[in-house]
Design a protein around this ligand. Sequence first.
Ligand SMILES: Nc1ncnc2c1ncn2[C@@H]1O[C@H](COP(=O)(O)OP(=O)(O)OP(=O)(O)O)[C@@H](O)[C@H]1O
Length: 248
Amino acid sequence: MASIAVKELRKTYKSAAEATLKGLTFAFPEGKIGGLLGPNGAGKTTTISILCGLVQADSGEVMIHGLPQNAAHREQIKKIIGIVPQQIALYPQLSAVENLTYFGNLYGLKGKSLHEKVMHYLEVFGLEKSAHKEIHKYSGGMKRRANIIAAILHNPDLLVLDEPTAGVDVQSRSMILQFLRSYNEQGASILYTSHLLEEAQSLCDEVAIMDEGKMILQGRPQSLIDELPECRNLEDVFLHYTGHALRD
Ligand SMILES: Nc1ncnc2c1ncn2[C@@H]1O[C@H](COP(=O)(O)OP(=O)(O)OP(=O)(O)O)[C@@H](O)[C@H]1O
């Protein structure tokens, strides 16, 4: 079964002159790490927001672990998905423990078991010493790591992350990638977006490259590289298909 299947997705924002998604179709198999890649403005965040039920598509189909993403299945899908948005979605004046307890409560978790889980993940993400520090005192990398914990407290089968390693240092990035691999090894499916093609090449079982609201190509990174003799890596493949023109 596919962890995610998207068919003919179309979206034009009310204020926009042009469509953001123009019949986007792709699927990622369950239990794998998928990468949704594309230049600035390609429509990655819009796609992820529709997948997670945060933005309404104009038309098209989205299936999450075999369930259609619609009002009738929203609550069921909410339990399956963990969402890590591009922007840090934590309360800056609250500590990590207070934030994570709040997010755990939203998923119906509470009491000692929630507290133990929060403390466990703070340790896994190297934040145990700052557990009671207010989030606004955290570094960028620490905020990103805490932001991920908020999305996994309910043990989602599908973790969706929008540029989780953007703007973090090498140590935080390495920690985050290591966590994603181990979370995937425990059986979860992962979908992430990134501009970092070297990272996507080493992390992802499969990538889908989109541009200007359309799918360009999808496959295993090494297979895509092997198909083009002049390409040495995923970045070469990406530039081959999306071109060198700068994007706004
Ligand atoms: N709420 C909105 N209202 C109007 N236009 C929007 C809105 N959100 C996104 N867009 C437009 O849709 C297009 C795609 O944006 P989106 O953020 O989905 O792309 P992206 O691939 O995630 O880009 P980036 O890599 O820069 O984050 C852009 O042209 C953007 O300006």
